[in-house]
Design a binder for this molecule. Sequence first.
Ligand SMILES: Nc1ncnc2c1ncn2[C@@H]1O[C@H](COP(=O)(O)OP(=O)(O)O)[C@@H](O)[C@H]1O
Ligand SMILES: Cc1cn([C@H]2C[C@H](O)[C@@H](COP(=O)(O)OP(=O)(O)O)O2)c(=O)[nH]c1=O
Length: 207
Amino acid sequence: MGTFIVIEGIDGAGKSTQARLLAKWFEERGYDVVLTKEPTDTAFGKLIRKLVLTGGREGIIDGARISHEAEALLFAADRAEHVAKLIKPSIEAGKVVISDRYFYSSLAYQWARGLDLEWLIDLNRFAVRPDLVILLDLPVKESMKRINGRSIKTEFDKIAELQKKVRENYLKLAERFPEMRIVNALASVEDIHNDIVALVEHELFKK
Ligand SMILES: Nc1ncnc2c1ncn2[C@@H]1O[C@H](COP(=O)(O)OP(=O)(O)O)[C@@H](O)[C@H]1O
Ligand SMILES: Cc1cn([C@H]2C[C@H](O)[C@@H](COP(=O)(O)OP(=O)(O)O)O2)c(=O)[nH]c1=O
């Protein structure tokens, strides 16, 4: 059996940067690595980008934004395909799977949208549990600085407010899910990478 590692955190926390570095670290040690992300690049992911992640007309059906419940179901559908077609087969083939976001994103974000946490957990029960989840934690102000210049999808303050709630949710989830480990993402890229490697070595190779 392979290994399944997930990187989580608010937008701009450094997930994709660290996922890439961790993938390289495993590759240099001879592992067969699958680096992947959610939302995926499949038709489901494209539908999410069209219906959920745009502030424009595309996210509107019959004059109203799509509901938060429909959002949660779209993310779950995308994830179901991701698990069935890529994650499960890769783990079974003995590979190291590294995913930039997973169902913890649905819990943190859709919960922040006001949906019921227990419903979200039930909805995502099909999703195989990772061996390790790295939660990159940093203040929203810092993440905002990092993504400044990226296309802002809605009004800035509203995003900051949502991200604050999402950050708090992640920290609460880390108390509930023992596979989640908090890493201080305020450090340099290199220091964070070293912290992640130390966790991987400690958590996955201790036996
Ligand atoms: N530790 C860090 N310190 C400063 N800037 C960083 C750090 N890690 C990543 N960045 C930069 O911040 C931005 C967001 O990083 P990224 O890895 O894309 O985050 P995410 O995938 O979580 O949205 C990028 O421009 C990246 O180069
Ligand atoms: C996977 C997932 C992401 N999201 C949110 C987090 C991000 O703000 C947004 C898009 O993720 P992001 O990582 O920014 O992907 P991309 O850069 O490809 O658009 O979707 C959820 O709300 N629920 C989920 O289940």
